[in-house]
Design a protein around this ligand. Structure first.
Ligand code: MSP
Length: 616
């Protein structure tokens, strides 16, 4: 039985802290968690004096409101992805969700800073590089680039991409380490325990499966004995308990908060923040024989990402550009790092805590977490090239309840995407535009407000839009998609009930009513294009341009424009073209002419084969 053992054997680092520690503290108020404190610049802050404080954070400058007041920026982050292997659908999932939230917040008029990046140091990366026959740096360059390319293919509009091998990041990590040291929170000790290289974490034996296997990676943990620097996490037990009790929204969904609270209640153990045996990392300040533990390094990426290359690479500048983050989006496997270690580290360094950590579930295959270590991944590039970015984004956000696990199946993917995007939305638009072309020269006969006078339908749409907004705001992305789809369903029901195609045949007043019905449905499509744009941006751009707007107009809209009344009489619609081509599943014949059970996915129209979904 491996026993975790720790001996404090020296305090070089603590003596250094005396040099780094300021001789006097500044007076400041303690603040409620959600408020910001503005502190004198260039000073270290003692967490003993204040739980939450920040170095003069003025990220709010970014978004001056019309009244001239400074509004707060919405800063959202994804985890920094390990570059041991190229991205898989599980890693893409967090980023797609973050992008949808960022797009929604931009639509709502917020200045958004959306940060992502890659986590490039540590044993796991060095081992992967050597297995690939590359130097760690070359390896990181290649895989980090693969992430950037995938984000482009998935229409991810991030603002900052940080690599933990970037020199500005290294400078931030070293400064942060020195602050924590100056606060007497780092000491040296021996450690012996069981290590999971894939998690890059010492494990508690109680959490392990048979043969000391890691429950996430199903691989045995290895016994390790090291002389390391430790972070005094235990010192922050009480502060963390208080913060969580006072700020129950800090960890979401709420059942995750219970999990975090019970970890803390069971007692926090100091953790090792350096590695003696790992070269591929940032050297510990004043001890080049050790490198900084990859998590202590990577978490700082949330702050270093805020810096531009032209900026001074120091904490004060970085913090002033947008710290604290409004929302860290993470998967459930890295909750402890974000809801326990990271807040304690920030308290130690005298920096504000992020406002919220939202923890989503896993994409699974056969019930197991899809991942590089288990090798049961779905290739996101393949999905995107086969089905298009909108379909991939829509499927995972609609089908996986944000927070819960969700299983992928190709059949389900095709059914959902066809039913929702091709039929409910795409067909509705196409058949309405077809009727308008045939009967009204593609021109709207009246303003949409006039067309909807006295009709309950308009209220139904407005209620559903508000429902979608509420769900986006609360990060219930699946429910937001559902509310938008309900608008599409209502539109289809309206068409089927009023049958404008027969009314046109009757002529006179009936034809006039039919022409108004088309305006009503097209206004509904305009609203859908805005409301679904965070999830399926390209599809919505195509819908919008079918309504006679220019290509980029949708990008400059505000959520308030989902209000009924945008389309005006006389407006000319574009030539009707399918905005989302149905995905056909065909059974391929094998060589003997017998039917193969394997399904191939193909467009009906060969010309549209690969790009058909994207550019139909
Ligand atoms: N490098 C750390 C994060 C450091 S953040 C300062 C890391 N990287 S990771 O590449 O292993 O995972 C990144 C994110 O992808 C995590 O939030 C993880 O939960 C998520 N996913 C990885 N596989 C996943 C699924 N199968 N399903 C959903 N998300 C999962 O952890």
């Amino acid at each position: 039985m491996a026993v975790a053992r720790m001996n404090v054997n020296c305090s070089i680092q603590s003596s250094l802290s005396c040099i780094l520690k300021p001789s006097s503290f500044f007076s400041f108020r303690t603040a409620h968690f959600k408020n910001r404190l503005y502190l004198p610049q260039n000073n270290f802050v003692s967490p003993k004096r204040s739980l939450l404080c920040t170095c003069s954070s003025n990220s709010n400058q970014a978004n001056a409101s019309q009244t001239g007041e400074k509004a707060e920026a919405f800063v959202i982050t994804t985890p920094l992805y390990y570059v041991n292997a190229p991205p898989h659908m599980g890693s893409a999932y967090t980023t797609i969700a973050a992008d949808a939230i960022a797009r929604f917040q931009r639509l709502s008029g917020k200045k958004v800073i959306f940060n992502t990046g890659t986590d490039e140091h540590g044993e796991k990366i060095a081992t992967a590089a050597s297995a690939a026959g590359s130097s760690p740096r070359e390896h990181c360059d290649v895989i980090s680039q693969a992430y950037k390319m995938l984000w482009k293919d998935l229409d991810i509009a991030y603002d900052k991409f940080i690599r933990t091998t970037d020199p500005k990041h290294e400078a931030i990590v070293k400064e942060f380490y020195s602050r924590v040291l100056a606060n007497d929170d780092i000491y040296r000790a021996d450690y012996e325990g069981l290590y999971c290289v894939n998690c890059e974490e010492y494990k508690d034996e109680k959490e392990l499966l048979e043969n000391n296997c890691c429950p996430t990676h199903l691989k045995p943990c290895v016994p390790r004995k090291e002389d390391n620097y430790f972070f005094a996490l235990s010192k922050y037990q009480k502060s963390l308990e208080e913060i969580l009790a006072q700020n129950p929204d800090f960890v979401q969904p709420s059942y995750r908060l219970n999990e975090v609270q019970s970890w803390i209640k069971n007692g926090l153990r100091d953790f090792s923040i350096s590695r003696a045996a790992v070269d591929w990392g940032i050297p510990v300040p004043n001890d080049n024989k050790q490198t900084i533990y990859v998590w202590f390094d990577a978490l700082l990426g949330y702050i270093s990402a805020l810096l531009e290359d032209k900026d001074q690479p120091n904490l004060q500048t970085a913090v002033s550009l947008g710290w604290p983050a409004s929302l860290h989006l993470i998967g459930k496997d890295i909750l402890r790092f974000h809801a326990v270690y990271w807040p304690a580290m920030l308290l130690s360094a005298g920096l504000s805590l992020p406002k919220m950590v939202f923890c989503h579930g896993f994409l699974t295959k056969d019930g197991l977490k899809m991942g590089k270590s288990l090798g049961n991944t779905i290739e996101p590039n393949e999905l995107v090239h086969k089905f298009g970015a909108d379909a991939v984004r829509y499927f995972f956000l609609r089908e996986v309840e944000f927070g819960n696990d969700g299983d992928y199946s190709e059949d389900r993917f095709i059914n959902i995407v066809n039913a929702h995007l091709a039929n409910t939305i795409g067909n509705l638009l196409n058949r309405t535009l077809g009727l308008l072309k045939k009967n009204c020269q593609s021109t709207l006969v009246v303003d949409s407000t006039i067309a909807a006078e006295g009709k309950e339908f308009k209220d139904t749409v407005e209620k559903l839009v508000e429902k979608a907004r509420f769900h986006y705001e609360n990060l219930s992305l699946s429910s937001a998609c559902e509310a938008v789809l309900e608008i599409g369903n209502a539109g289809n029901l309206y068409m089927d009930k009023h049958q404008p195609w027969s009314l046109f045949k009757q002529g006179g007043d009936a034809a006039e009513a039919a022409a108004k019905d088309l305006v009503i449905i097209l206004e509904t499509m305009r609203i859908i294009a805005i409301a679904l744009s965070p999830v399926a941006p390209n599809l919505c751009r195509r819908i919008h341009s079918q309504l006679g707007y220019s290509e980029d107009q949708l990008d400059n809209l505000n959520w308030s424009e989902t209000k009924w009344g945008g389309l005006k009489g006389g407006q000319v619609m574009a030539h009707p073209q399918p905005v989302f081509a149905r995905i056909e599943q065909i059974k391929e014949d094998d060589n003997d002419g017998a039917e193969s059970p394997k399904k191939a996915v193909k467009k009906k129209d060969k010309k549209k084969k690969v790009q058909g979904v994207i550019e139909a």
